[in-house]
Design a protein around this ligand. Structure first.
Ligand code: DAH
Length: 340
Protein backbone atom coordinates (compact mmCIF):
# COMPACT_ATOMS: atom_id res chain seq x y z
CA UNK A 1 0.00 0.00 0.00
CA UNK A 2 2.81 2.39 0.94
CA UNK A 3 4.52 1.55 -2.38
CA UNK A 4 1.41 2.80 -4.14
CA UNK A 5 1.39 6.07 -2.25
CA UNK A 6 5.08 6.43 -2.94
CA UNK A 7 4.52 5.90 -6.63
CA UNK A 8 1.73 8.44 -6.63
CA UNK A 9 3.81 11.13 -4.96
CA UNK A 10 6.82 10.54 -7.21
CA UNK A 11 4.70 10.55 -10.35
CA UNK A 12 2.97 13.79 -9.38
CA UNK A 13 6.30 15.47 -8.58
CA UNK A 14 7.76 14.44 -11.91
CA UNK A 15 4.65 15.60 -13.73
CA UNK A 16 5.02 19.01 -12.08
CA UNK A 17 8.58 19.20 -13.32
CA UNK A 18 7.66 18.63 -16.99
CA UNK A 19 8.32 21.86 -18.86
CA UNK A 20 6.95 21.07 -22.30
CA UNK A 21 4.90 18.62 -24.30
CA UNK A 22 7.75 16.19 -25.18
CA UNK A 23 8.58 15.92 -21.47
CA UNK A 24 4.95 15.13 -20.73
CA UNK A 25 4.99 12.38 -23.37
CA UNK A 26 8.08 10.86 -21.80
CA UNK A 27 6.39 10.96 -18.39
CA UNK A 28 3.34 9.23 -19.85
CA UNK A 29 5.39 6.39 -21.29
CA UNK A 30 7.32 6.01 -18.06
CA UNK A 31 4.19 5.56 -15.95
CA UNK A 32 1.48 4.45 -18.38
CA UNK A 33 3.46 2.68 -21.12
CA UNK A 34 3.13 -1.09 -21.70
CA UNK A 35 5.76 -1.82 -19.07
CA UNK A 36 5.20 1.43 -17.20
CA UNK A 37 5.30 1.74 -13.46
CA UNK A 38 1.56 1.98 -12.98
CA UNK A 39 0.94 -1.21 -14.86
CA UNK A 40 3.66 -2.95 -12.92
CA UNK A 41 2.22 -1.79 -9.64
CA UNK A 42 -1.20 -3.13 -10.65
CA UNK A 43 0.39 -6.47 -11.59
CA UNK A 44 1.84 -6.62 -8.07
CA UNK A 45 -1.61 -7.47 -6.70
CA UNK A 46 -0.71 -11.15 -7.01
CA UNK A 47 1.82 -10.83 -4.18
CA UNK A 48 -0.63 -9.11 -1.84
CA UNK A 49 -2.14 -11.36 0.85
CA UNK A 50 -5.65 -12.46 -0.10
CA UNK A 51 -7.51 -10.54 2.62
CA UNK A 52 -5.87 -7.25 1.61
CA UNK A 53 -6.37 -7.64 -2.12
CA UNK A 54 -9.69 -5.83 -2.34
CA UNK A 55 -8.40 -2.79 -0.50
CA UNK A 56 -5.17 -2.82 -2.55
CA UNK A 57 -7.11 -3.04 -5.81
CA UNK A 58 -9.30 -0.14 -4.84
CA UNK A 59 -6.36 2.01 -3.88
CA UNK A 60 -4.41 1.07 -7.00
CA UNK A 61 -7.35 2.13 -9.17
CA UNK A 62 -7.67 5.42 -7.34
CA UNK A 63 -3.97 6.15 -7.94
CA UNK A 64 -4.21 5.14 -11.58
CA UNK A 65 -7.28 7.28 -12.29
CA UNK A 66 -5.86 10.19 -10.36
CA UNK A 67 -2.55 10.12 -12.27
CA UNK A 68 -4.29 9.74 -15.57
CA UNK A 69 -6.53 12.76 -14.85
CA UNK A 70 -3.52 14.77 -13.68
CA UNK A 71 -1.71 13.96 -16.93
CA UNK A 72 -4.69 15.02 -19.09
CA UNK A 73 -4.95 18.28 -17.20
CA UNK A 74 -1.21 18.94 -17.47
CA UNK A 75 -1.26 18.24 -21.21
CA UNK A 76 -4.23 20.55 -21.81
CA UNK A 77 -2.58 23.30 -19.77
CA UNK A 78 0.66 22.86 -21.73
CA UNK A 79 -1.20 23.18 -25.04
CA UNK A 80 -2.82 26.41 -23.88
CA UNK A 81 0.55 27.70 -22.82
CA UNK A 82 2.03 26.81 -26.23
CA UNK A 83 -0.66 28.82 -28.03
CA UNK A 84 -0.19 31.70 -25.65
CA UNK A 85 3.57 31.55 -26.28
CA UNK A 86 3.20 31.56 -30.05
CA UNK A 87 0.87 34.55 -29.87
CA UNK A 88 3.12 36.61 -27.64
CA UNK A 89 6.64 35.54 -28.62
CA UNK A 90 6.49 34.51 -32.27
CA UNK A 91 5.08 37.86 -33.30
CA UNK A 92 4.63 38.41 -36.98
CA UNK A 93 4.17 41.64 -38.85
CA UNK A 94 0.53 41.90 -39.85
CA UNK A 95 1.28 44.97 -41.94
CA UNK A 96 3.41 42.98 -44.41
CA UNK A 97 1.63 42.79 -47.76
CA UNK A 98 0.23 39.30 -48.37
CA UNK A 99 0.97 37.10 -51.33
CA UNK A 100 -1.32 38.13 -54.18
CA UNK A 101 -3.92 35.65 -55.39
CA UNK A 102 -3.72 35.48 -59.15
CA UNK A 103 -7.15 35.99 -60.57
CA UNK A 104 -8.09 34.51 -63.93
CA UNK A 105 -10.75 35.82 -66.25
CA UNK A 106 -13.16 34.62 -68.87
CA UNK A 107 -11.84 33.81 -72.31
CA UNK A 108 -12.70 36.53 -74.85
CA UNK A 109 -14.78 34.00 -76.81
CA UNK A 110 -16.77 33.14 -73.68
CA UNK A 111 -17.29 36.82 -72.92
CA UNK A 112 -18.73 37.41 -76.38
CA UNK A 113 -20.92 34.32 -76.19
CA UNK A 114 -22.36 35.43 -72.86
CA UNK A 115 -23.18 38.85 -74.24
CA UNK A 116 -25.00 37.18 -77.11
CA UNK A 117 -26.94 34.88 -74.75
CA UNK A 118 -28.05 37.88 -72.70
CA UNK A 119 -29.34 39.75 -75.72
CA UNK A 120 -31.31 36.81 -77.05
CA UNK A 121 -32.55 35.91 -73.58
CA UNK A 122 -34.22 39.32 -73.44
CA UNK A 123 -36.05 38.38 -76.65
CA UNK A 124 -37.21 35.08 -75.15
CA UNK A 125 -34.62 32.74 -76.68
CA UNK A 126 -33.43 29.80 -74.58
CA UNK A 127 -29.95 28.33 -74.82
CA UNK A 128 -30.03 24.77 -76.14
CA UNK A 129 -26.92 22.58 -76.13
CA UNK A 130 -26.34 20.14 -78.92
CA UNK A 131 -23.65 17.52 -79.58
CA UNK A 132 -20.37 18.23 -81.37
CA UNK A 133 -20.01 14.68 -82.73
CA UNK A 134 -22.84 14.26 -85.18
CA UNK A 135 -24.05 11.81 -87.77
CA UNK A 136 -24.18 12.51 -91.46
CA UNK A 137 -27.95 12.19 -91.30
CA UNK A 138 -28.42 15.14 -88.95
CA UNK A 139 -25.52 17.30 -90.12
CA UNK A 140 -26.58 17.04 -93.77
CA UNK A 141 -29.47 14.82 -94.84
CA UNK A 142 -32.18 16.05 -92.51
CA UNK A 143 -31.08 19.59 -93.40
CA UNK A 144 -32.14 18.89 -96.97
CA UNK A 145 -28.77 17.73 -98.27
CA UNK A 146 -29.00 14.12 -99.45
CA UNK A 147 -25.73 12.22 -100.11
CA UNK A 148 -23.78 13.76 -103.00
CA UNK A 149 -25.77 16.99 -102.86
CA UNK A 150 -23.39 19.63 -104.31
CA UNK A 151 -24.09 22.04 -101.45
CA UNK A 152 -22.19 19.70 -99.13
CA UNK A 153 -19.06 21.17 -100.68
CA UNK A 154 -19.72 24.32 -98.65
CA UNK A 155 -18.63 22.37 -95.56
CA UNK A 156 -15.27 20.62 -95.66
CA UNK A 157 -15.85 17.84 -93.20
CA UNK A 158 -13.85 15.90 -90.62
CA UNK A 159 -15.10 12.32 -90.87
CA UNK A 160 -14.35 9.81 -88.13
CA UNK A 161 -13.28 6.22 -88.76
CA UNK A 162 -16.86 5.19 -87.97
CA UNK A 163 -18.85 5.51 -91.19
CA UNK A 164 -21.52 8.20 -90.98
CA UNK A 165 -20.07 9.78 -87.82
CA UNK A 166 -18.45 13.19 -88.18
CA UNK A 167 -17.56 16.38 -86.32
CA UNK A 168 -20.37 18.81 -86.91
CA UNK A 169 -19.47 21.39 -89.52
CA UNK A 170 -22.06 23.87 -88.25
CA UNK A 171 -24.56 24.21 -85.42
CA UNK A 172 -27.50 23.78 -87.81
CA UNK A 173 -28.03 20.04 -87.02
CA UNK A 174 -29.00 21.26 -83.56
CA UNK A 175 -32.15 22.60 -85.23
CA UNK A 176 -33.28 19.02 -85.82
CA UNK A 177 -32.60 18.03 -82.20
CA UNK A 178 -34.41 20.99 -80.70
CA UNK A 179 -37.39 20.57 -83.04
CA UNK A 180 -37.74 16.87 -82.33
CA UNK A 181 -37.66 17.58 -78.60
CA UNK A 182 -40.15 20.41 -78.80
CA UNK A 183 -42.71 19.54 -81.52
CA UNK A 184 -45.48 20.66 -81.67
CA UNK A 185 -44.67 23.48 -79.23
CA UNK A 186 -43.37 26.77 -80.62
CA UNK A 187 -39.59 27.30 -80.33
CA UNK A 188 -37.30 30.21 -79.61
CA UNK A 189 -33.80 28.88 -79.06
CA UNK A 190 -30.18 29.68 -79.64
CA UNK A 191 -27.67 26.87 -80.00
CA UNK A 192 -24.09 27.88 -79.29
CA UNK A 193 -21.09 25.62 -79.64
CA UNK A 194 -17.94 24.48 -81.34
CA UNK A 195 -17.89 23.49 -85.01
CA UNK A 196 -15.13 21.83 -87.02
CA UNK A 197 -14.01 22.17 -90.61
CA UNK A 198 -11.25 20.48 -92.53
CA UNK A 199 -9.87 23.74 -93.84
CA UNK A 200 -6.59 25.46 -94.47
CA UNK A 201 -5.79 27.38 -91.29
CA UNK A 202 -5.15 31.07 -91.82
CA UNK A 203 -5.55 34.37 -90.00
CA UNK A 204 -9.22 34.29 -91.00
CA UNK A 205 -10.18 30.63 -90.65
CA UNK A 206 -9.54 27.96 -88.07
CA UNK A 207 -10.43 24.28 -88.09
CA UNK A 208 -12.47 24.81 -84.92
CA UNK A 209 -14.62 27.81 -84.15
CA UNK A 210 -17.80 28.82 -82.41
CA UNK A 211 -21.15 29.31 -84.01
CA UNK A 212 -24.40 30.51 -82.53
CA UNK A 213 -27.43 29.07 -84.26
CA UNK A 214 -30.85 30.65 -83.79
CA UNK A 215 -34.21 29.04 -84.40
CA UNK A 216 -37.77 30.29 -84.06
CA UNK A 217 -40.69 28.06 -85.03
CA UNK A 218 -44.37 28.86 -84.61
CA UNK A 219 -47.54 29.92 -86.37
CA UNK A 220 -47.26 32.88 -88.74
CA UNK A 221 -43.55 33.54 -88.34
CA UNK A 222 -42.39 35.65 -91.26
CA UNK A 223 -39.28 37.19 -92.74
CA UNK A 224 -40.24 40.42 -90.96
CA UNK A 225 -39.74 38.64 -87.63
CA UNK A 226 -36.28 37.51 -88.76
CA UNK A 227 -35.33 41.03 -89.85
CA UNK A 228 -36.63 42.58 -86.66
CA UNK A 229 -34.82 40.06 -84.48
CA UNK A 230 -31.51 40.51 -86.28
CA UNK A 231 -31.83 44.28 -86.28
CA UNK A 232 -32.59 44.33 -82.56
CA UNK A 233 -29.63 42.05 -81.90
CA UNK A 234 -27.23 44.21 -83.92
CA UNK A 235 -28.40 47.38 -82.16
CA UNK A 236 -27.92 45.85 -78.72
CA UNK A 237 -24.47 44.55 -79.58
CA UNK A 238 -23.08 47.41 -81.65
CA UNK A 239 -25.17 50.47 -80.74
CA UNK A 240 -28.55 51.98 -81.58
CA UNK A 241 -27.38 53.72 -84.74
CA UNK A 242 -25.92 50.62 -86.35
CA UNK A 243 -27.53 49.67 -89.67
CA UNK A 244 -27.77 46.17 -91.10
CA UNK A 245 -27.99 45.12 -94.73
CA UNK A 246 -29.61 42.01 -96.11
CA UNK A 247 -28.44 40.20 -99.23
CA UNK A 248 -30.04 37.19 -100.83
CA UNK A 249 -28.10 33.96 -100.55
CA UNK A 250 -28.45 30.21 -100.70
CA UNK A 251 -28.54 27.53 -98.03
CA UNK A 252 -30.23 24.16 -98.59
CA UNK A 253 -32.06 24.35 -95.25
CA UNK A 254 -33.67 27.77 -95.72
CA UNK A 255 -35.97 29.20 -98.37
CA UNK A 256 -35.54 32.04 -98.97
CA UNK A 257 -31.98 32.39 -97.68
CA UNK A 258 -30.20 35.59 -96.79
CA UNK A 259 -26.92 36.88 -95.46
CA UNK A 260 -26.79 39.75 -93.02
CA UNK A 261 -24.08 42.39 -92.95
CA UNK A 262 -23.62 44.99 -90.25
CA UNK A 263 -22.37 48.45 -91.08
CA UNK A 264 -18.80 49.04 -89.91
CA UNK A 265 -17.50 52.57 -90.43
CA UNK A 266 -14.01 52.59 -91.93
CA UNK A 267 -12.46 54.45 -89.03
CA UNK A 268 -9.24 52.49 -88.69
CA UNK A 269 -6.95 49.90 -90.24
CA UNK A 270 -8.80 47.05 -88.50
CA UNK A 271 -12.13 48.12 -89.93
CA UNK A 272 -10.69 48.35 -93.42
CA UNK A 273 -9.03 44.95 -93.19
CA UNK A 274 -11.94 43.13 -91.60
CA UNK A 275 -14.54 44.52 -94.00
CA UNK A 276 -12.17 44.28 -96.97
CA UNK A 277 -12.68 47.98 -97.44
CA UNK A 278 -16.44 47.78 -97.96
CA UNK A 279 -17.57 49.16 -94.59
CA UNK A 280 -19.85 46.14 -94.14
CA UNK A 281 -19.13 42.99 -92.19
CA UNK A 282 -20.98 39.76 -92.80
CA UNK A 283 -22.24 38.49 -89.45
CA UNK A 284 -24.60 35.66 -90.30
CA UNK A 285 -26.37 33.40 -92.73
CA UNK A 286 -30.11 33.11 -92.17
CA UNK A 287 -33.45 32.44 -93.76
CA UNK A 288 -36.91 30.95 -93.44
CA UNK A 289 -36.69 27.31 -92.37
CA UNK A 290 -37.18 25.06 -95.41
CA UNK A 291 -40.45 23.05 -95.35
CA UNK A 292 -38.46 19.81 -95.67
CA UNK A 293 -36.46 20.70 -92.55
CA UNK A 294 -39.62 21.62 -90.64
CA UNK A 295 -41.13 18.28 -91.55
CA UNK A 296 -37.93 16.43 -90.56
CA UNK A 297 -38.15 18.19 -87.20
CA UNK A 298 -41.74 17.04 -86.69
CA UNK A 299 -43.63 20.21 -87.66
CA UNK A 300 -46.31 20.40 -90.37
CA UNK A 301 -45.17 23.17 -92.75
CA UNK A 302 -48.83 23.89 -93.57
CA UNK A 303 -49.33 25.01 -89.97
CA UNK A 304 -45.88 26.15 -88.87
CA UNK A 305 -43.17 28.38 -90.22
CA UNK A 306 -39.89 29.52 -88.78
CA UNK A 307 -36.68 31.40 -89.23
CA UNK A 308 -33.11 30.35 -88.51
CA UNK A 309 -29.73 31.98 -88.49
CA UNK A 310 -26.14 30.98 -87.86
CA UNK A 311 -23.36 33.35 -86.91
CA UNK A 312 -19.69 33.25 -86.02
CA UNK A 313 -19.25 35.09 -82.72
CA UNK A 314 -15.46 35.07 -83.03
CA UNK A 315 -15.59 37.36 -86.03
CA UNK A 316 -17.65 39.73 -83.94
CA UNK A 317 -15.13 39.53 -81.10
CA UNK A 318 -12.27 40.12 -83.57
CA UNK A 319 -13.88 43.21 -84.91
CA UNK A 320 -14.74 44.70 -81.56
CA UNK A 321 -11.31 44.11 -80.05
CA UNK A 322 -9.23 44.62 -83.19
CA UNK A 323 -7.94 41.02 -83.08
CA UNK A 324 -6.18 40.44 -86.39
CA UNK A 325 -5.61 36.69 -86.24
CA UNK A 326 -8.34 34.15 -85.48
CA UNK A 327 -5.66 31.61 -84.45
CA UNK A 328 -5.09 33.63 -81.27
CA UNK A 329 -8.32 32.27 -79.82
CA UNK A 330 -7.15 28.73 -79.15
CA UNK A 331 -3.43 29.32 -78.88
CA UNK A 332 -3.62 29.65 -75.10
CA UNK A 333 -1.09 32.46 -75.09
CA UNK A 334 -1.57 34.31 -71.81
CA UNK A 335 -0.08 37.50 -73.25
CA UNK A 336 -3.06 37.57 -75.60
CA UNK A 337 -5.71 36.35 -73.16
CA UNK A 338 -4.75 38.77 -70.38
CA UNK A 339 -5.80 41.71 -72.52
CA UNK A 340 -9.50 40.98 -72.17
N1 DAH B 1 -25.01 26.66 -91.04
C1 DAH B 1 -24.57 27.72 -91.90
C2 DAH B 1 -23.07 27.68 -92.01
O1 DAH B 1 -22.42 27.08 -91.24
C3 DAH B 1 -25.01 29.05 -91.37
C4 DAH B 1 -26.49 29.22 -91.45
C5 DAH B 1 -27.06 29.75 -92.54
C6 DAH B 1 -27.30 28.82 -90.42
C7 DAH B 1 -28.44 29.92 -92.65
C8 DAH B 1 -28.68 28.97 -90.49
C9 DAH B 1 -29.22 29.53 -91.62
O2 DAH B 1 -29.50 28.60 -89.51
O3 DAH B 1 -30.59 29.68 -91.67
O4 DAH B 1 -22.53 28.29 -92.90
Amino acid sequence: MSDLLDLERRALDELQACGDEPALRVWNTKFFGDSGEVRQALAGIGKVPKDQRAAFGKEANRVKEGLSAAFDAALAAEKDRAIERSLTHDVFDVTLPGRGVECGRLHPATQTLREIYAIFADMGFQVFRSREVEDDLTNFELLNMPPHHPARDMWDTFHTTTPGVLLRTHTSPGQIHVMRQSAPQPIRAILPGMCYRFEQISTRSEIMFHQVEGLAVGANITMADLKGTVQAFARRLFGQERRIRIRSSYFPFTEPSIEVDVEWPLVDEDAIRMTKGTGWLEIMGAGMVHPVVLRNGGYDPAEFSGFAFGMGPQRIAMLRHGIDDIRQFWRNDLRFLRQF
